[in-house]
Write a protein that binds this ligand. Sequence first.
Ligand code: EPZ
Length: 417
Amino acid sequence: MKQMIIKGGNTLSGTISIGGAKNSAVALIPAAVLANGISTIKNVPNISDRDALIDILELLNCQVTLNNDELVIDTTNLNNKLIKEEYSNRLRASYYFMGALLGREKYVEIYIPGGCNIGARPIDIHLDGFKALGATIKTEGNKYILSADKLIGTDIYLRFQSVGATINLMFASVYAEGKTTIHNAAQEVEIINIAEFLNNMGAKITGAGTNEITIEGIKELNGATISVVPDRLEAGTYIILGALAGDNLKITNIIPEHLEALTTKLKEIGTHITISKDAITLSKTSKLKPINIKTLVYPGFPTDIGQPMSVLLTQCDGTSLFEETIWENRMGHVPSLNKMGANITVSGMNAIIKGPTKLKGCEVVATDLRGGAALVIAGLIAEGETIITDVEHILRGYENITEKLTSVGAKIELKEI
Ligand code: EPZ
């Protein structure tokens, strides 16, 4: 078990370079099993979710070589075995092996996925889509058995623009006979990255990034190369930190268009922000205006930046409203923020945030990945020492977080307990 210890109040200057997107990498890695041969994934973030997926690939007898941020996966000797619960429940994205193995092998046995406790997280939309393609689904306790004699392309209407279901159904349909169209597909930028990888393998996917994706089934996919798109959520977290504690803090290696929902709000708040081709530079502003935030599917304000953003709202001069619309349980960080001195009232999926409030360091607990990131920001602007427990949640999705923050002047360390 690890703790994070932060001594707050320092001004942060210099450059933070953003890594590859967690939510893209965690789908690209399972996608490799769709091809027969060797694939290379570049710009892979150094996060524990990556390691959990590598363990699943190795369980399936794939040969995996990790060289810094480059992952080479050889699926030639793939052995399609049961993915045991101790592998699947380490992260949400283990469920991408459902679509990928169903697509390639027409058979998969896997236990339920894990992931952050931010809501019920059903997978009915994925399963309905697999069934529409012709798969049979059986459950034995926590185990799913998906099988098909053959998969046949069809029209699939998602009842919600689910990111995971869109990706899983792209995986399951690449080898299906004929054409599959996913209607009401999620439009997140990571989905474009994943479709590009599959197309590099030889798939025929069009429309990724729009709400209608078409997949023409093919017979063979070969190993291919892809680079993971920059992580807009890691970037968003540090950008918010820059607005609170920066002195020309530069966040580089990003695609600013992917962050427009956030930067538009930051301008509305009154933040000093300079946007260039692949970087955003911020400095702390003394008076910030309160605003309302409502999280939405892409290109709306990302749910994954809502919790870090709520810390910024504690420093705005007046009352802000933070409405979460995707996950029922995304306010787990609020008791910790209030313990630090914030004035936040939660009602269901909404929070009313009154500011500005001085934050004071104390012992707090990371209940989930982005809630943990919010506490890191809070600790860095608080007076005194903040100790964050359960930091494993944070390390699942933020690569080298203490090194990156230390390099710009933060006092932050990880301690084994
Ligand atoms: C992805 O989760 C991300 N995770 C989440 O990021 C992110 O918050 C979410 O997309 C929304 O952007 C990964 O990419 C690994 P969804 P996912 O399916 O795919 C409901 C982070 O912090 N739903 O788009 O699981 C669901 O309950 C993580 O990086 C069903 O009802 O999200 C939720 O209310 C957390 N049935 C909504 O849809 C289903 O079958 C959106 O879920 C699937 C989803």
